[in-house]
Design a protein around this ligand. Structure first.
Ligand SMILES: *[C@@H]1O[C@H](CO)[C@@H](O)[C@H](O)[C@H]1NC(C)=O
Ligand SMILES: *[C@@H]1O[C@H](CO)[C@@H](O)[C@H](O)[C@H]1NC(C)=O
Length: 366
């Protein structure tokens, strides 16, 4: 090969790497400046120190929080502590989280909970779906919640080849759900490479005992997933694309993409106000600081409320921004009757009481 040709090829390669690097810096939000915007009535929740990855709240105000995720490439302040599911009753004067007891026979030692989702049956039985990563593999654990003694009865462990590396789930029946999944890479370094190259190799899988199938694909990094109160629309956060994909859910459970809502922050978990339908998201304003954790340069937190996502001009309110001095790496934001809970990937959790101007909406039942 001629020297000139080799040089030209080298030049093209360098340009490609440069282009990927720039695109990656943009996708990971490396250059955003933060202006702190705190809320007046917030306090850190006692007893949550090591993450509050996902939060789901029942219509009666019982909040379920998964805590203690250990994941390759993510910071953990307690690498030897097993994961747990916490319960907090938001109707109490001073709500405090308590750990839910899990029935015997379930392997608690390797419990590594990630995304969670609640489902209420016609007879008011409450099911809790938990994405679990024992030994960094993926299973989905199905529990029944026993309110009389704050415990979880383990019903079954779900594994499937299409559920190879699940992030989050939303339940659509007592034993069926949609899951966001990375169908190619389960190994941490390869996942990072996948993100760096900007490959769209994550998808959405529908699971029921009778049928498992991919229902959507082509996302950079499908993360949080949730459903509208009327069950007609499914929302999926594509964290590296700074976007939320809105899907219409058909009677045959297929999804078709209606629109992509674009923002300038890394949207992680999605929760939906059951009364107003407003979407609340926990976001990472700077993903670089989250992945390359540095105590001298902390990852910040951001909460957005999105109203009328289906309209031409959705209303987006930046509800909360912190530079990491109070809470680091917000990954979820969930509301109930004027309460806002902000969860984080590996840090603490914040409980805020909203005033009527900051999004109480019609959920303010008197
Ligand atoms: C919530 O955030 C954590 C942290 O990024 C993420 O790993 C997890 O998948 C998210 N859970 C959901 C519900 O998407
Ligand atoms: C499901 O229903 C939708 C809308 O009616 C239709 O377009 C789609 O082809 C159906 N998909 C399957 C797998 O039957």
């Amino acid at each position: 090969m001629g020297k000139l040709l080799a040089l030209a090829l080298l030049g093209i390669l360098a340009a490609l790497v440069g282009e990927r690097l720039l695109a990656f810096r943009h996708r990971i939000g490396a250059s955003r400046e933060l202006k702190v915007k705190r809320l007046p009535n917030c306090h850190l929740i006692k007893g949550i120190e090591f993450g509050s990855e996902d939060i789901d709240i029942l219509p009666n105000g019982l909040a379920f929080i998964s805590s203690g995720l250990k994941y390759p490439g993510l910071q953990s302040f307690a690498p030897d502590k097993r994961g747990e599911i916490l319960l907090m009753d938001l109707n109490e004067e001073n709500p405090r989280p308590v750990e839910l007891r899990i029935s015997r026979g379930f392997d608690l030692a390797s419990f590594n909970p990630h995304g969670i989702s609640l489902y209420i049956d016609e007879d008011d039985t409450v099911y809790l779906f938990v994405v679990n990563h024992p030994q960094i593999k993926t299973t989905v654990e199905l529990f029944k919640f026993m309110e009389d003694d704050n415990s979880l009865v383990h019903l079954k462990t779900i594994k499937h080849e299409l559920l190879s590396s699940v992030n989050d789930i939303v339940a659509v029946g007592p034993d069926s759900f949609y899951a966001t999944n990375d169908y190619y890479f389960t190994e941490a370094n390869l996942k990072t490479l996948e993100m760096f190259l900007g490959l769209t190799w994550t998808n959405i899988v529908y699971y029921s005992p009778k049928e498992v199938r991919e229902v959507a694909g082509g996302l950079y990094s499908a993360n949080g997933i949730n459903i509208s109160p009327d069950g007609k629309y499914v929302y999926v956060a594509d964290i590296m694309d700074h976007s939320i994909h809105v899907f219409e859910k058909h009677a045959n459970l297929s999804l078709s993409r209606l629109k992509v809502f674009q923002s300038d922050t890394l949207i992680d978990n999605i929760s939906v106000d059951p009364y107003t339908g407003d979407i609340w998201v926990g976001c990472h304003p700077n993903g670089m600081k989250l992945i390359f954790y540095d105590p001298e340069n902390l990852p910040g937190s951001e909460v957005l409320r999105i109203q009328d996502i289906l309209s031409e001009k959705p209303t987006v309110t930046q509800v909360y921004i912190d530079d990491g001095s109070l809470i680091q790496g917000s990954s979820s934001a969930a509301v109930y009757n004027g309460h806002l809970l902000i969860g984080t990937v590996f840090h603490r959790a914040l409980h805020c009481v909203l005033d009527s101007s900051s999004g109480k909406g019609q959920s303010n039942v008197s």
